[in-house]
Design a protein around this ligand. Structure first.
Ligand SMILES: Nc1ncnc2c1ncn2[C@@H]1O[C@H](COP(=O)(O)OP(=O)(O)OP(=O)(O)O)[C@@H](O)[C@H]1O
Ligand SMILES: [Mg+2]
Length: 465
C-alpha cells in the first residue's frame, strides 16, 4: 500500500501544486482546505503523514497537531508556516511535530521532509512492537528475570494460566511465589474476578477451616453472624492458599473434598454450596518430605501437585540480580523521593555474590536501605545492610564468566570496544553510570558510544541465555 499523505491548506492553488509534486513520488494524496475538513479525513482514512499550514481560518495548525497526537498518535505531522515566528516553532517542536518548515518550501526539501517523516513513523511502530517483545522477554507482568529458569517459568505461566488446573508453587521464602500466583490469575480468563489469598501459616491452625469455608450464625459461641469464607469470596476467581503445608490433617481432608467436588458447607451449615474457584497453592516446605513423614496427606499432595511451578532461590539465578537491583532502586528512589540513581561497582559486586537466604524480598529490602542511607547519589557498599556488607569476600570481577570477552584475530578495535561495552552493560544490568566507571570512560562518552554501536536497548546488550 502506498503511504497516505494529507495536505491541509486554505490556499487551494498552493495545495494543488504541493499535491502534484508528492503524487509523483508515488504517495496517495488527500487534500483539505481547512482544519474541520482535515479532521474528517483523518478519522476516516489511515493517514501516515499530515502536511498542514499553520494559519487557517477555522483551526490553527497547532490545534490540529494536538488533535492528531491524541487521536492518531502514529500519524506524523509537518507544519508549514508563512510567518517565521520563533514562538510557534518552539511550541510545534514541544508538542512533537516532526518538522517545522517555512513557506514557500523548496520541492527537494519537501520530498526529503516527507520521506523522513515516513521513516519516523515506521521506526515508531517498530519500537512499540519491540517494547512488547522486550516485556515478554525480560519480564513477565511485573516479575523481573532474564535467567533461564525464570524465562522457563514465564513460558509455563503463559501456558497454564488460561486453564483451570490447580497449581502448586514451591520455593524458598521471598522468591516471588505470591507474585507468580497473581501473574497466573492476571493471565487467566478469571482476571476480572476476585483474587483472594489465605496464608495458612499466619493464623492459628484450628481457625483455618473457618477462614476457608466460613460459618453460619451460631456455629460456635462467638459466631454472632454468618460469615463467608475465602472459597465463597473467590467464587468465579482464584484462591491463593499460601503455606499449605501448615494445614491440619482434618482440614486437609475437607480441602481435598472441596477440590474434587467444588462443593462445601459453611461451618455449622447443612446446605452444600457450589463454587467455581481455581486454587493455587504455595509452600516453602518440601511437601514430598512432609508426605513421607506423615504430616501431609499423600492424596492431597497428588491432587495439587498436578502442575508445579518451582521458583529457584536467588543464589541459583544471580544473573537476575543487577536487573532486579536496578528495578528496586528506581522504585524506592521514586517512593522516597531521593536522588539516588546508581549502585557503585563494589556494592553491586557484593549484591551479586551475597547468599540471599531471604531471596528477592531480602534484596528488595537491602536496596531500600541503600537508597535511604545513600548520601552520594549512588548506593555504596557502606549503605547496604551489615549482613550484606559482611558477606563473603566479593569475587574479583575477572572470575565472573560474563566478564570474559571473546575475541578473534582480525577483530577491529571498534568491535572489541563494542563487545567490552556490551558485556559491561549486561553485567551492570544496563546501568550506564556504573558501566562508565568500570570502563573508566566518561558517562557522556559512553552514551555516545552506546548510540554509535546500537546498544541502546536491553536486547542489544543482554547476554544470551
Ligand atoms: N522476580 C521478581 N521481580 C520483581 N519483584 C520480585 C520478584 N520476585 C519477588 N519480588 C518481590 O519480592 C518480595 C517477595 O515476593 P513474594 O511475596 O511473592 O515471595 P514469596 O515467595 O511469596 O515469599 P514467602 O515465602 O515469604 O511468602 C515482594 O515484594 C515481590 O514483589
Ligand atoms: Mg508469600
Amino acid at each position: 500500500m502506498n503511504p497516505r499523505i494529507l495536505i491541509v491548506d486554505d490556499d487551494s492553488s498552493g495545495l494543488e501544486a504541493t499535491a502534484e509534486v508528492l503524487e509523483r513520488e508515488g504517495y496517495d494524496l488527500f487534500t483539505a482546505t481547512g482544519g474541520r475538513a482535515a479532521l474528517e479525513i483523518l478519522d476516516a482514512e489511515d493517514i501516515d503523514v499530515v502536511i498542514t499550514d499553520e494559519m487557517m481560518p477555522d483551526m490553527n495548525g497547532i490545534e490540529l497537531l494536538k488533535y492528531i497526537q491524541s487521536n492518531h498518535p502514529y500519524t506524523q505531522v509537518i507544519l508549514l508556516t508563512a510567518y517565521g515566528s520563533i514562538d510557534s516553532a518552539v511550541e510545534a517542536i514541544q508538542t512533537g511535530a516532526v518538522s517545522y518548515r517555512e513557506k514557500p518550501i523548496r520541492i527537494e526539501l519537501l520530498r526529503q521532509t516527507v520521506k523522513s517523516a515516513l521513516e519516523r513513523r515506521t521506526l515508531h511502530l517498530q519500537n512499540i512492537n519491540l517494547r512488547e517483545q522486550l516485556d515478554a522477554k525480560f519480564g513477565f507482568a511485573n516479575i523481573t528475570g532474564t535467567s533461564k529458569p525464570m524465562q522457563e517459568l514465564f513460558g509455563m505461566i503463559r501456558r497454564i494460566a488460561p486453564t483451570n488446573v490447580t497449581v502448586l508453587i514451591t520455593g524458598e521464602n521471598g522468591v516471588g511465589k505470591e507474585l507468580i500466583a497473581k501473574a497466573v490469575h492476571n493471565h487467566s480468563r478469571r482476571k476480572d474476578r476476585s483474587f483472594r489469598d489465605l496464608n495458612c501459616g499466619a493464623i492459628p491452625r484450628e481457625l483455618v477451616e473457618g477462614e476457608l469455608f466460613g460459618h453460619e450464625k451460631g456455629a460456635f459461641t462467638s459466631a454472632t453472624a454468618r460469615r463467608l469464607g475465602v472459597f465463597e469470596q473467590a467464587d468465579g476467581g482464584t484462591l491463593f492458599l499460601d503455606e499449605i503445608g501448615e494445614m491440619t490433617p482434618e482440614t486437609q481432608v475437607r480441602f481435598l473434598r472441596v477440590l474434587e467436588t467444588q462443593e462445601f458447607r459453611r461451618l455449622g451449615g447443612d446446605k452444600n454450596i457450589r463454587v467455581d474457584v481455581r486454587v493455587i497453592a504455595a509452600s516453602n516446605k518440601d511437601l514430598n518430605a512432609e508426605v513421607r513423614n506423615g504430616a501431609f496427606r499423600e492424596d492431597l499432595y497428588h491432587r495439587i501437585n498436578r502442575f508445579r511451578l518451582h521458583v529457584p532461590p536467588l543464589r541459583e539465578r544471580r544473573e537476575d540480580i543487577p536487573l532486579l537491583a536496578n528495578g528496586f532502586l528506581l522504585e524506592f528512589s521514586k517512593e522516597h523521593n531521593l536522588p539516588v540513581t546508581g549502585i557503585s561497582p563494589d556494592a553491586m559486586n557484593r549484591l551479586k555474590y551475597a547468599d540471599w537466604p531471604g531471596n528477592v524480598r531480602q534484596l528488595r529490602n537491602a536496596i531500600e536501605t541503600g537508597v535511604i542511607l545513600s548520601t552520594t547519589g549512588a548506593i555504596q557498599l557502606w549503605d547496604l545492610p551489615p549482613e550484606i556488607q559482611a558477606g563473603p569476600p566479593a569475587l574479583p570481577p575477572a572470575s565472573h564468566e560474563s566478564e570474559n570477552i571473546v575475541g578473534r584475530v582480525g577483530m577491529t578495535m571498534d568491535e572489541i570496544e563494542k563487545e567490552a561495552i556490551r558485556k559491561t552493560l549486561a553485567d551492570t544490568g544496563g546501568n550506564k553510570t556504573q558501566a562508565a566507571k568500570i570502563l573508566k570512560m566518561g558517562l557522556r562518552t559512553l552514551h555516545r558510544k552506546v548510540q554509535t554501536y546500537g546498544l541502546e536497548d536491553k536486547e542489544d546488550w543482554q547476554d544470551e541465555v
